[in-house]
Design a protein around this ligand. Structure first.
Ligand SMILES: C[S@@+](CC[C@H](N)C(=O)[O-])C[C@H]1O[C@@H](n2cnc3c(N)ncnc32)[C@H](O)[C@@H]1O
Ligand code: SF4
Ligand code: SF4
Length: 479
């Protein structure tokens, strides 16, 4: 090869097996599993020796070779002098997702709830303030916005939500722009009125459901201390009767992690569109470590589930996707473009997302609501644009793995993006710290890469979409 072709700077991770080598560049986010002996030798020798043109083309396409000073990579690839051929995220002034905490009360009292529903002063955001946010967003530079209603339990504020939705539809239509709606609800005893409203306005509905009856009822209690499972299943059934297929969201923690596969099966049996497992985080009622999963535990549970889904598919059973895995981990492995805001550097907090808490306080991310260090204003007297100009948001936008000691040299840094900003701060008291689930990321990406090598087609079963990086691989089943 010509002298201008070389491995990208910044460290190459090689995981050798007899027949193949997994090669990952932490600098570019490029990877490949290589069988060709000469290429494996070339990489092991640090990019010296013979390399065929075909192999050089392939390595370049996959971000593993710098040629004529140019390397493919993610938009977070830090340039050390060479040109980076990377998809760019357009930095816009306004967030694409605006989350409203419509109030902080709730008809349930879940043991791990981070919002401390019913435990603090009752706050209600109110339709007027939400409409103020909508009017600012529609006048901004975005063609599309998603308004998401959260709480507490948002379905208990249907009157406010209805006013906001009708107003938003009107002003977005007049502006020639698009608005969509989503809601995160506990689904408990949903009324006909609520389901018909959500159906009429084409809401994406996420229902919190911790799997099967016993597992769900161990944590998701009503105020009488009884399990809410039957009331939630009634809500899901009603949603379906109005033509809405809800997405399920389960909280995964130490007491239920070994039940993850039975939880998945129970949710699938209810006919949900997808199943999302959120590892429990600290906040609100969840102050201590008793339920918290460390990275290794989280990986083990997730891997059990992945194996289980592949097994179900082999038996011809339905396998609704895990949306976080599809847009998150698999998305990062199949493309240089980081579509998922939580695995991007910097993450979407304070750029893709804004959250308006029940007292009008503005936060860069829904999960940060109520944490005083992340408060960036109050909608009663600030605009979203003012809030996005605060030093906290600038600090968040500087959170990239190249600025984090423990991440700077990690081969997986382009894939995990340093993990969640909010959770690193909660766990370590410092934004310039890697993920609290570092061990999870270090295992999951490697395991997924070898999985597809050993059992081709697995990613497709799990719901992966072919992306720009993956498209350069030959002989893929879904092409
Ligand atoms: C706080 S609730 C608000 C919306 C609604 N009441 C509900 O339960 O879906 C939002 C989501 O966060 C989840 N959640 C609550 N506490 C959590 C925690 N400590 N860690 C992770 N997720 C949590 C809930 O299960 C729910 O899916
Ligand atoms: S998780 Fe949702 S349903 Fe449960 S107490 Fe919190 S706000 Fe209420
Ligand atoms: S703070 Fe965490 S949850 Fe919020 S956008 Fe960033 S990575 Fe996602």
């Amino acid at each position: 090869m010509s002298g201008t072709a070389q491995l990208p700077d910044g460290g190459i991770y090689i995981d050798d097996r007899d027949e193949a080598s997994l090669v990952v560049s932490g600098r570019t986010g490029g990877w490949d599993i290589i069988h060709d002996k000469q290429t494996r030798e070339w990489i092991r020798n640090g990019g010296t020796g013979p390399l065929s043109h075909d192999q050089a083309d392939r390595l370049h396409a996959r971000g593993l070779l710098t040629r004529s000073g140019a390397t493919r990579g993610t938009s977070a690839t830090v340039s050390l002098g060479d040109r980076i051929l990377a998809p760019r995220h357009q930095m816009r002034r306004y967030p694409v997702l605006c989350v409203f905490h419509v109030h902080n009360w709730c008809n349930l009292s879940c043991t791990y709830c981070y919002t401390m529903a019913d435990k603090v002063t009752r706050n209600r955001l109110g339709a007027d303030l939400m409409i103020k946010a909508v009017d600012e967003l529609v006048s901004g530079d975005l063609p599309t916005t998603c308004l998401e209603f959260h709480g507490g339990e948002p379905t208990m504020a249907l009157h406010d939500i209805r006013r906001v939705v009708l107003h938003a539809e009107d002003v977005y239509r007049k502006a020639g722009k698009n608005v969509s709606f989503s809601i995160q609800t506990n689904g408990y005893r949903l009324s006909d009125e609520c389901c018909s409203f959500l159906a009429e306005h084409d809401f994406s509905v996420r229902v919190s459901l911790d799997g099967d009856r016993a597992t769900h009822n161990s944590a998701r209690l009503n105020h009488a201390g009884r399990g809410s499972y039957d009331g939630v299943v009634a809500g899901i059934t009603k949603l379906r009767s109005f033509g809405i297929v809800p997405h399920a969201v389960a909280v995964l923690h130490r007491a239920n992690r070994d039940k993850i596969t039975q939880m998945y099966d129970a949710m699938v049996d209810l006919g949900v569109a997808s199943v999302r497992f959120l590892p429990v985080f600290k906040g609100g009622e969840m102050k201590d470590d008793s339920l918290w999963l460390n990275g290794r535990e989280y990986f083990e549970a997730k891997w059990d589930l992945i194996e289980h889904i592949l097994d179900r598919a082999a038996r011809g059973l339905p396998t609704p996707i895990l949306p976080n895995l599809v847009s998150g981990e698999l998305g990062a492995l199949t493309s240089f473009l980081r579509r998922y805001m939580c695995l991007r550097q910097p993450c979407g907090a304070g750029s893709n997302m804004v959250c308006i808490d029940d007292n009008g306080d503005l936060y860069p991310c829904e999960e940060m609501a109520g944490i005083s260090e992340f408060r960036i204003g109050n909608l009663n007297h600030d605009t979203i644009l003012d809030a996005f100009a605060t030093p906290i948001v600038q600090h968040l936008r500087g959170r990239i793995t190249a600025a984090i000691d423990g991440c700077r040299d990690c081969p997986w840094r382009q894939f995990c993006a340093g993990g969640c900003s909010h959770k690193s701060h909660t766990e370590f008291g410092d934004l310039r710290h890697g993920s609290e689930h570092c061990a999870y990321y270090q295992q999951i990406f490697r395991a997924l890469l070898w999985l597809e090598h050993d059992r081709p087609g697995s990613w497709q079963v799990l719901g992966a979409q072919p992306g720009d990086l993956y498209a350069s691989q030959e002989a893929r089943q879904w092409h």
